[in-house]
Design a protein around this ligand. Structure first.
Ligand SMILES: [Zn+2]
Length: 529
């Protein structure tokens, strides 16, 4: 039926020869197996009518059609970043520290700030600082006895607080939210470490700052459009969905948004807030609300990903929820016919998820819902067949392949963190940044993944995963991901040909979009183009 509908659209538009926009003289990678490359595209009403040669496509234009000369540039479908975190997690970032700043540098920066007043002091810190036994509540109190101090580990899976922040956030060993835990010292007292879901619900008590949220969205979405990104799938953990959507609309950004629910665990299995928000709303056509994200473990960076084989220190990481908890949250999501998006970093976590999928619904039911595994370090070779059976979609983040040598060696030794093997196995692969937002920097990482050199993708495979793959991962493949008749006219005209091996891998991060279109409308145009 779909093919017929598309064909009708094509012929209706072609018969009338009423295309409103024609792009010509380009090198177009369509992602469409029926017409893999083209030099011109015809657009009508925000959708692609046809792709083909300049001659064929220009013949569809009238005197009123807008014509854009692509000047020989590479054109690709708009990039769809399947995993972003545009949000406002912290009250402010008062100390800017390099990620590799050690405990001494962090202490000096904290001590340099006034100790009086009631303002929060916040900073991002490296995982070594979070792990340092000399950076605990008592030591932080000595530096800042009265102002609330909150130091967030950059992976987002743990933080440190002083006593003033503990009081302000209401953190107590007697009342720890499900899915999280607090660190204890030798005497059993709270030592200032706060992990996983124990961080998130207390943070919602921090004052809302709509202006700051708007400026973060405006800056980030502008940067993404300039890189050729036309869609993001965002998890604004800690920001209520209605607030996020309001701020998004107020910026007027043309970027498409999939807003993903990120419940803060009280108990897994409780319905998330704001279920009254419809998936689609004519008042906000570029926003879809769908999918429910849960974080099931940490990362290999802080030894938090739950692994079957021990880390170097003998630990195995840990699961945020027990098997009954994972089943409960999966049942709740499936009950709403929604897609689960699960942060799963360890192979023990993935094994637990596969068991929970099997326990909660049939493989056929899950295949229809396309359960997403975010990050996918844990997709060990022996788990691939079951993941495929349950319709798992894997979302990888190329920058995560740039781990320090010790973590990389662990993953390589245990054949974890697959990339090329995912495609070979026939498991749908999408790409998202979850870090530096540039798809072209991430392309450089994915064609030479340092932690798994044997898992390199080709440039075309990267592009396909970042477009059609990401569209499949949000069930929007009928509309997005290819430059083909019937699809939305979301595309980017690039400053250099990322598919040309003459452009060295190291030069890929320099790629910019000269023209970014969403539904045929110009969202960004380089003044020089
Ligand atoms: Zn993430």
């Amino acid at each position: 039926m779909r093919a017929i509908a598309v064909a009708c659209l094509f012929f209706a538009a072609a018969d009338a020869a009423a295309v409103d926009t024609v792009l010509h003289n380009g090198k177009i990678w369509t992602g469409d197996p029926a017409q893999p490359s083209a030099s011109a595209i015809a657009i009508e009403g925000g959708r692609i009518v046809a792709t083909g040669s300049d001659e064929a496509i220009l013949a569809l234009a009238t005197k009123d059609s807008r014509r854009i000369d692509l000047k020989g540039h590479r054109v690709v479908p708009g990039i769809n970043d399947a995993h972003t975190h545009i949000t406002l997690g912290l009250p402010s970032l008062d100390i800017e520290l390099p990620r590799d700043a050690g405990s001494t540098q962090v202490r000096e920066a904290i001590a340099a700030l006034p100790t009086t007043g009631d303002g929060w002091i916040t900073a991002d810190i490296g995982m070594d600082v979070l792990a340092d036994p000399a950076m605990r509540r008592a030591q932080l109190d000595a530096l800042q006895p009265t102002r609330p101090l909150l130091l967030t580990g950059w992976t987002g899976h743990g933080m440190l607080v002083n006593s003033a922040a503990q009081r302000a956030l209401g953190l107590s060993l007697d009342d720890v939210p499900a899915g999280g835990w607090l660190g204890r010292d030798a005497s059993g007292a709270f030592d200032g470490r706060v992990y996983e879901y124990a961080q998130w619900s207390p943070r919602t008590g921090l004052p809302a700052r709509p202006e700051k949220l708007r400026s973060v969205i405006a800056l980030d979405s502008d940067a993404l459009l300039r890189l050729g990104v036309t869609s993001i799938q965002n998890m604004a953990i800690g920001t209520p969905l209605p607030d996020f959507i309001t701020a998004w609309l107020e910026t007027g950004t043309p970027l498409r948004l999939r807003a993903i629910r990120t419940p803060l665990a009280r108990e897994p299995g409780q319905p998330p807030d704001h279920l009254e928000l419809p998936a689609r709303d004519p008042a906000r056509p570029s926003i879809t609300v769908s999918g429910t994200k849960w974080i099931l473990d940490g990362t290999p960076m802080e030894g938090g990903a739950a692994m079957r084989a021990a880390y170097a220190d003998g630990s195995h990481g840990r699961l945020n929820f027990d098997p009954a908890g994972i089943e409960a949250l999966l049942r709740e999501i499936a009950g709403r016919g929604d897609q689960p998006l699960l942060h799963v970093s360890g192979d023990a976590t993935l094994a637990a998820v596969l068991d929970a999928l099997q326990a909660t619904a049939s493989a056929e039911t899950w295949r229809a819902l396309r359960p997403r595994i975010e990050h996918g370090e844990g997709l060990a070779p022996d788990l691939v067949a079951r993941a495929k059976e349950y319709g798992v979609v894997l979302v990888q983040n190329p920058s995560h392949f740039m781990l320090p040598p010790a973590e990389a060696a662990y993953l390589d030794a245990h054949r974890l963190q697959p990339l090329a093997d995912v495609l070979t196995a026939g498991i749908p692969l999408a790409l998202g940044s979850d870090g530096p937002p540039s798809p072209w920097l991430n392309m450089m990482f994915a064609i030479a993944p340092a932690s798994r050199p044997d898992q390199a993708l080709s440039r075309e495979q990267v592009l396909r995963a970042y477009t059609a793959g990401s569209a499949f991962a949000e069930s929007s493949e009928q509309e997005k991901g290819r430059l083909a008749p019937g699809q939305l006219a979301d595309l980017a005209v690039l400053s250099q040909d990322v598919l040309d091996e003459a452009v060295p891998g190291q030069a890929l991060p320099g790629t910019r979009s000269l023209l970014t279109m969403g539904a045929g409308e110009i969202g960004w145009r380089d003044p020089g183009f």
